[in-house]
Ligand binder design. Structure first.
Ligand code: CDP
Length: 238
């Protein structure tokens, strides 16, 4: 397919400004059996995240007597995307996203408090439209906070990058596919640490630095959606 024009009359195809997020809504605690859970809608992405544990490690030989181990499964439902209809399931991409997501949370959970146990994080993409790894991390951060498992911070993530000579945030699928650079990033705002950084494409150092500034500016909206989800669940009536 020929590369589509992603910017028309100074606007993105969905009418957004370059620094505008898609609508973001998060609900905490919707899966009763889970220790913690969250449902997130971000543009056309729909994501469920559930956390279980700390619990017995299976198989047993994986147990670490010093700390808890984290398992993470990111999966796209077979009906989540028109493109891959019926073909989703474990594949290289899902394995990679599960791995980088696990590393985000290993750096935040107080694993040393729960030796010889495991903590499971499940991320299910019900509907996908670009930026699902970021949406998954943002949702799982809320699910983990909802679980009450001690964490150093709630991470958020977002993906954007470069379209022609413009920088833009929160790419949808068509932007993700045809941009000149696509950069998902996960951040711990309180620890001021980058927990995931990937890049597909090219960008100058100066552009990258401006991109980080853009991420910082939009971060407030993502963090506030996460906090509101938790406040909504735990607010005391009256
Ligand atoms: O979702 P994310 O941007 O983190 O990952 P990606 O690998 O860059 O994929 C971009 C988008 O392509 C996804 O969000 C999906 O909408 C779509 N995709 C798909 O429909 N089927 C796949 N097997 C992989 C990606």
């Amino acid at each position: 397919m020929q590369k589509p024009e992603l910017i028309k009359d100074g606007k993105r195809l969905d009418g957004r400004d370059f620094e505008e997020l898609r609508p973001l809504k998060i609900v905490a605690g919707i899966i009763k059996n889970a220790t913690g859970s969250a449902y997130l809608e971000w543009g056309n992405n729909k994501v469920l995240a559930a956390v279980y544990g700390p619990k017995e490690v299976l198989p047993k030989h994986l147990a670490d007597p010093e700390k808890a181990i984290v398992k993470c499964r990111y999966a796209m439902a077979p009906f989540s995307s028109l493109e891959e209809h019926g073909r989703a399931g474990p594949n290289r991409r899902a394995t990679e996203i599960s791995k980088v997501t696990k590393e985000v949370f290993e750096n935040l959970i107080m694993l040393e408090k729960f030796p010889s146990t495991e903590i499971d994080i499940f991320i299910e993409i019900l509907q996908s439209d670009g930026g699902t790894r970021s949406a998954g991390i943002t949702a799982a951060g809320v699910a983990l906070a909802d679980s009450g498992i001690p964490i150093r911070d709630i991470p958020f993530a977002v993906a954007g990058g470069k379209i022609g000579d413009k920088l833009a945030i929160d790419f949808n699928k068509i932007e993700d596919n045809y941009s000149d650079a696509d950069i998902p990033i996960a951040i711990s705002p309180n620890l001021d640490r980058v927990l995931l950084l990937q890049m597909d494409g090219k960008m100058t150092k100066e552009e990258f630095s401006r991109y980080l500034d853009m991420v910082e500016r939009v971060s407030k909206q993502i963090i506030s959606a996460q906090k509101n989800a938790l406040l909504e669940k735990y607010k005391v009536n009256g």
